[in-house]
Design a protein around this ligand. Structure first.
Ligand SMILES: O=C(O)C(=O)C[C@]1(C(=O)O)C=C[C@@H](O)C=C1
Length: 365
C-alpha cells in the first residue's frame, strides 16, 4: 500500500499511541480555558487537544459550532497545555480558516467521509500543505469508502494520515449511539499496512457509562489510541452533553485501562513460538481436508452433469447446515461462525460444480 507517516513522524512530538481529548465543541474562551485548567489540575495531558469549531448537526436549529472565532481561542490551549490542536473540517473554507489559524491536525467527520465530492474538495484545499489528517469512518460500514477518503488525501500529497473508528449508524441496535464494528479497523489495517486507527468511544457509546469498557475493547483489538470528549462541566455542554466526561473522569478512565503493546514491537516468547507452530500444523491439516472435500464435490459434480441434475440441492444442503452447525456448537464453535463458514464452503462447492456443467463435452474418438 502507499507509504504514509505515522503520528510519531508528524513532527509534533507524538508517539504512535494517541490520546485525544477536549470538548465536543468550542463554546467560549472561558470554557476552553476552564477545560485546560482542569486538565492541568488533574495532571491529565492528552497527546492532542480536540475542539469542534463547525458541527454537522442532523437538523438545523441546534448549536452548529462557534465558527472561525473559536479558532482564536486555541492560543489558550497552547498557552496552558502546550500540546497540538485538532479540529474537524467539512469543506474547503474550513480548511482555509484552520490553516490560517495554525491548527496542527485536522480530522474529517463521518458525515463528510461518506461523500467523495466533499472529501475531494477538502483534499484539493490541502494540496501543497503537509498537515496531518485523520479520517473518521463513514456513517455506513463501507471499508472501501473509508479507504477511498484516505486515498484522496494521499493523492494530493498528504502523507501524515490516521483513521478514527467512531462506529456506524444502526437504526435497530439501540445499545450504541453508533455501533462498533471491530472487524472494520482490523480490515483497514490489513489493507493499508501501518495505518493507525484511533477509537472514538464517545461517539460509539453516546453516554458516559461504557466509555471505559469500549476503550478497553479497542485496545484489546490493537487500536492505536482514543479520542474522548472532555468538558469541565459536561452537563452544561452545548452539544453531546451526555457523552462528555470531566478531566477527572478522563484521568480515571486512563488509569484503569490496560494499554497493550503491539506484538510486532517485542520478541515473541518461546511459548508463543511453540503455540504458533502448533497452529501452523493444524492449518495445514485443515487445508488438506478442505482440498479433499472439494475433490469429492467435483466427483458429485461429474455425476450431476452425467445425470442432468442441478447443482443446488436445497434439502441436502439444509441437512448439512443444520447437522454441522449443531455439531460445531457442541464443540464450542459459535453459531454465527459455523453458519458463515458453511455458507462460504457451500458457495465454493456450488460455483465449482456449475463451472463443471459449463465445460464443453469431451468427444472421445
Ligand atoms: O450433496 C450434494 O449434492 C453436493 O453437491 C454437496 C453440497 C455440499 O457442499 O455439501 C453442495 C451443493 C449442494 O447444494 C448440496 C451439498
Amino acid at each position: 500500500m502507499k507509504n504514509h507517516l505515522q503520528s510519531s513522524e508528524w513532527g509534533l512530538n507524538l508517539s504512535n499511541q494517541l490520546i485525544i481529548a477536549g470538548p465536543c465543541s468550542a463554546e467560549s474562551a472561558e470554557q476552553i480555558e476552564k477545560v485546560c485548567l482542569a486538565m492541568k489540575e488533574e495532571n491529565v495531558l492528552p497527546s492532542l487537544f480536540r475542539a469542534g469549531i463547525w458541527k454537522p448537526r442532523t437538523r438545523p436549529g441546534s448549536f452548529e459550532g462557534i465558527g472561525e472565532e473559536g479558532l482564536k481561542w486555541m492560543e489558550i490551549v497552547r498557552h496552558h497545555l502546550n500540546i497540538p490542536i485538532t479540529t474537524e473540517v467539512g469543506n474547503a473554507a474550513h480548511v482555509e480558516m484552520a490553516l490560517k489559524h495554525k491548527v496542527d491536525v485536522l480530522w474529517i467527520g463521518a458525515r463528510t467521509t461518506v461523500n467523495p465530492f466533499a472529501v475531494q474538495e477538502i483534499s484539493e484545499a490541502l494540496r501543497g500543505t503537509d498537515i496531518p489528517v485523520m479520517v473518521k469512518n463513514p456513517m455506513n460500514p463501507d471499508l472501501q469508502l473509508w479507504i477511498g477518503a484516505l486515498e484522496r488525501l494521499h493523492a494530493v500529497g498528504i502523507d501524515k494520515l490516521a483513521a478514527i473508528h467512531r462506529g456506524f449508524s444502526d437504526a435497530y441496535d439501540k445499545r450504541f449511539r453508533n455501533k462498533p464494528n471491530w472487524s472494520m479497523p482490523i480490515h483497514l489495517k490489513r489493507e493499508w499496512k501501518g495505518m493507525q486507527v484511533i477509537n472514538d468511544p464517545s461517539h460509539i457509546v453516546g453516554k458516559r457509562d461504557g466509555i471505559l469498557e469500549t476503550s478497553q475493547r479497542a485496545l484489546n483489538f490493537g487500536l492505536d489510541g482514543l479520542m474522548i470528549e472532555t468538558h469541565h462541566d459536561p452537563d452544561k455542554a452545548w452539544s453531546d452533553a451526555q457523552q462528555q466526561v470531566t478531566p477527572a473522569q478522563l484521568k480515571q478512565i486512563l488509569q484503569q485501562l490496560d494499554f497493550k503493546t503491539p506484538l510486532e514491537e517485542v520478541q515473541p516468547s518461546e511459548k508463543l513460538h511453540d503455540l504458533r507452530a502448533a497452529v501452523d500444523h493444524l492449518d495445514d491439516q485443515l487445508l488438506d481436508i478442505l482440498a479433499e472435500r472439494f475433490a469429492v464435490i467435483e466427483q458429485i459434480g461429474a455425476h450431476k452433469r452425467e445425470n442432468h441434475l442441478s447443482v443446488f440441492q436445497s434439502e441436502r444442503w439444509k441437512q448439512v447446515m443444520e447437522s454441522r452447525t449443531q455439531k460445531g456448537i457442541s464443540k464450542n464453535l459459535g453459531e454465527k461462525f459455523m453458519k458463515e463458514l458453511l455458507f462460504t464452503i457451500h458457495e465454493e462447492s456450488v460455483k465449482r460444480q456449475e463451472k463443471q456443467l459449463r465445460e464443453p463435452v469431451k468427444i472421445v474418438k
